[in-house]
Design a protein around this ligand. Sequence first.
Ligand SMILES: Cc1ncc(COP(=O)(O)O)c(C=O)c1O
Length: 437
Amino acid sequence: MFETSKSATLYDRAKKVMPGGNTRHTVFRQPHQVYALRGHGCRITDIDGDDRIDAVGNFTALIHGYGSERIREAARRQIDAGPCFGMATEGEIRLSEMLCERLPSVELLRYTNSGTEAVMNAIKVARAFTGRSRFAKCEGAYHGTYDPAETSQEARPESWGEIDNPASVPTAKGTPQGVLDDVVVIPFNNTPVAEAILRAKGNSLAAVLVDVMPNRAGLVPAKPEFLQMLRRVTRELGALLILDEVITFRLGYHGAQGRFGVDPDLTTLGKVIGGGFPIGAIGGRREVMSVFDPTIGSPAVPHGGTFSANPMSMMAGIAALEDLTPVSFEHLESLGELFDAGIGDCFRRHGIEGQVTGLGSLRRMHLSNAELTDFRSTFAAGDGPKRVAALARSLFDEGVIIAANGLMAFSTAMTPDDIQEIIDAFDRALPKAFSKE
Ligand SMILES: Cc1ncc(COP(=O)(O)O)c(C=O)c1O
């Protein structure tokens, strides 16, 4: 059939100037990308005029959807004042005050333009602070596109090695062996095995990097004993504990660290704290963050960045946090609970195996009833991933946007009726996803 939609026409143009017509793999779709026109409330209208509920919010960044007048007003005021300057602005102080007040472990902060850069800088801080080069991360966890942090994010059975000695598997072709040699891979949630691996590396470790609920490893919450072990062992080994809250900051007013009771040395942030504008941040203990301090001579970790702490992101981020009150967290929790009840009924009605993982406003769909604890168990859960991608495509056709791996993020712009609309779309999409196999 000859495609005449505006998105198809745009995609033909895109293919002439971008590889595969794409500049961001997470939004790629076939036969062509679909182009957004505008967002409103919790919905996106595409360039052909089709409306869909946005149930992933630019991959968890838009905790208020498109509905916050406070954010729009803050951005408008800043664009009138000037989008960026080669000078500091008051906004960076205010946003830091708000984040330090919320995050118990964070005394000082610094900004980047993405979560990737925040993670990269946190690793550099740990190296500079400890004088060691290696760090450990959990198999399957995504922490952005800094090549050491990407290690084993897409490990596969043929290359991932034994569970008690997971291989450091490159993600991008051509990753230098030296990079991989400096990354120690531990199994998420497997406390005794992870502890043994960390102890075997002894005092060569600068840090352990962990996300308490890593999306790509299954969006399964960390067990309390796993996190306690990481905190205890890093202290004993003289390594830093880096908590990646780029996604999970949205789990509570005091972030994931408040919800899980973790006391990290460094925290990485991004997404939500920019109110829809590009952002990343590294925060932590004063002593650790002093590697950036320019008042005590040449900083151990030099860090600039043309757009770091750019005023648009600072002002939109302040507005986003002002709108993110304890009451809005209660609302987000209740949306999550409504979704769980509705989707459980939906699976039962269709006699389809399925479960959701996640907490708070985050969910991930799995079309399997297998017990999920980590990356390997999520991967092994039958042919789930392919079916989930098919389900995401069917849902898109039924008017709901979720990530291809089944990730969903609810926003304060949503009401219980919107959650019901999402469930109704699942009801229609589930059988279609299976019939397309
Ligand atoms: C846990 C985690 N860390 C880091 C990143 C990288 O953030 P960004 O996409 O802003 O570079 C992401 C992005 O999804 C993430 O999920």
